[in-house]
Design a protein around this ligand. Structure first.
Ligand SMILES: Nc1ncnc2c1ncn2[C@@H]1O[C@H](COP(=O)(O)OP(=O)(O)OP(=O)(O)O)[C@@H](O)[C@H]1O
Length: 223
């Protein structure tokens, strides 16, 4: 369970302040599949970055399973993020010099898991996202949809309970979007992984269990 309490993020506090998040309150339950939507500049990415511990709020708190997310030193936060939160980005953000399999293995290497263990898990994950045969390919040899599947497999590597995705379908065609959403919904239902997805994409909203609407740094609807 994620509890977001009076979250404020103000950029450029000392010059011309930008109120990216303006007193946001929200609860996200385990196993939700939630789309965060709203016009460009309304605060979606800022919200995701703070929820994922990539950025700090100006004020307010986020409690994940009762623990204050930002009450950690920066090194503890790096470890917490690595072990508990998966990230998927619009541009896939794969490492071009690593194969698909090595991209998925990378976090496990940082976790100190054995080569054998890493390889088995990365193969299992690439299979789960439907590209078991692409493990030895470099990202430039894969389509956008395939690269995004590698990114999802990578996000799953440390068995996170929460996956944050920022515009994951923005560069994908209809078929790749539909396939990716099938994979994410399946993971959500089978593994009870919570998904929070910032998006402009109606296809994502149509598949979401919940849609949270932002406008100008505030939540205006959270059905
Ligand atoms: N690092 C930053 N410094 C200053 N202002 C910022 C910074 N990042 C975002 N902003 C501002 O904060 C507001 C919210 O931006 P954010 O990127 O969170 O919106 P968004 O809803 O994700 O937009 P989009 O849909 O275009 O990606 C915008 O006014 C933006 O210009």
């Amino acid at each position: 369970m994620i509890e977001i309490k009076d979250l404020v993020k103000t950029y450029n506090e000392n010059t011309i302040p930008v109120h990216a998040l303006n007193h946001v309150n929200l609860e996200i339950k385990e196993g939700e599949f939630t789309a965060v939507v709203g016009p460009s500049g309304c605060g979606k990415t800022t919200f995701l970055n703070i929820l994922g511990g990539l950025d700090k709020p100006t004020s307010g708190n986020i409690f994940i399973d009762g623990t204050n997310l930002h009450d950690r030193s920066s090194s503890d936060m790096i470890t917490y993020r690595r072990d508990n939160i998966g990230f998927v980005f619009q541009d896939y953000s794969l490492m071009p010099v690593l194969t698909a399999e090595e991209n998925v293995e990378f976090i496990m290497e940082l976790q100190g898991r054995s080569k054998k263990d890493r390889k088995a898990r990365s193969q299992e994950l690439l299979k789960a996202v439907g590209i078991a045969d692409k493990g030895n390919q470099f990202p430039t040899k894969l389509s956008g949809g395939q690269q995004q599947r590698v990114a999802v497999a990578r996000a799953l590597a440390s068995k996170p309970k929460l996956i944050l995705a920022d515009e994951p379908t923005a560069n994908l065609d209809s078929k790749a979007t539909s396939d990716l959403l099938d994979i994410m919904r399946h993971l959500n239902e089978k593994e009870n992984i919570t998904f929070v997805i910032a998006t402009h994409d109606q296809r994502v909203m149509d598949r979401a269990k919940r849609v949270i609407q932002f406008d100008d740094g505030k939540i205006i609807d959270a059905k």
